[in-house]
Design a protein around this ligand. Structure first.
Ligand code: 13P
Length: 250
């Protein structure tokens, strides 16, 4: 039985002081979660959020990580820096980064390797666009993204990586994939992991769904056999809604 994992992607929202308040509010609402809970604020908010959550079971994640250890990469953050700041997870390859910041399958793979080597748990995002779905190439897209993200990742490391299936057409649109649609794609991803690493890794790896998950639809999505959690955008900024999603996972 895979332990569920609910992560909040705060995206480019909240100042450091607002983020610390939000973290405290979330902490107060979910003291007894049975699933893993992660919040991913912007990098500048990490120290304040880490201290607001100190001693709680809620972990902190970053929204991106660079693939080099240090050097002339203005504006970037290494896994060692994030780790030292108290981060345990990092989102990698979110579709917004692929769309607006030139992220490619190759850089997603480099970042995934750097995160693993630096002791961070990657949350690797994959997902098709609306036109890919409408043209019948959704399976090809998610298989390709998954295979390339895991290139040169050892089996022992692979099973600890989290994959987030986020169909681009469902992000921030209020248009959620149906539970059946989401489960089908999470199953395709799990099968790809089976091809790469075998049945045992495929059974262990956790696959989240992300895309307009909210307090109303979380329970149905999280009850599906291949969905092991959620990567939540908008609803993770509302403590009551985020707490309701965590309750649905438990
Ligand atoms: O992109 C997402 C999480 O990474 C999903 O965002 P929304 O939940 O706002 O649709």
């Amino acid at each position: 039985m895979r332990k569920k994992i609910i992560a909040g992607n705060w995206k480019m929202n909240k100042t450091p002081s607002e983020a610390a308040v939000l973290a405290s509010e979330i902490r107060n609402k979910i003291s007894d979660a049975k699933c893993d809970v992660v919040v991913c604020p912007t990098a500048v908010c990490i120290p304040g959020v880490v201290s607001a959550l100190e001693g709680s079971s809620i972990s902190v994640g970053a929204q991106n990580v660079h693939f080099k250890e240090s050097g002339a990469y203005t504006g970037e953050l290494s896994s060692a820096m994030l780790k030292d700041a108290g981060t345990l997870y990092t989102i990698i390859g979110h579709s917004e980064r692929r769309q607006y910041f030139g992220e490619t399958d190759e850089t997603v793979n480099l970042r995934t390797k750097a995160a693993v080597d630096g002791g961070l748990i990657p949350i690797v995002c994959v997902g098709e666009s609306l036109s890919e779905r409408e043209n019948g190439i959704m399976p090809e897209t998610v298989c390709r993204q998954t295979k390339l993200a895991f290139l040169n990742i050892q089996k022992d490391d692979a099973e600890n990586i989290i994959i987030a299936y986020e169909p681009i057409w469902a992000i921030g649109t209020g248009k959620t994939a149906t539970a059946q649609q989401a489960d089908e794609v999470c199953g395709i991803i799990r099968n790809t992991i089976k091809e790469l690493y075998g049945e045992d890794t495929a059974e262990k790896i956790r696959i989240q769904y992300g895309g307009s998950m909210n307090a109303g639809n979380a329970e149905e999505l999280l009850s599906m056999p291949n969905i092991d959690g959620g990567l939540i955008g908008g609803a993770s900024l509302k403590p009551d809604d985020f707490a309701a999603i965590i309750k649905a996972a438990d």
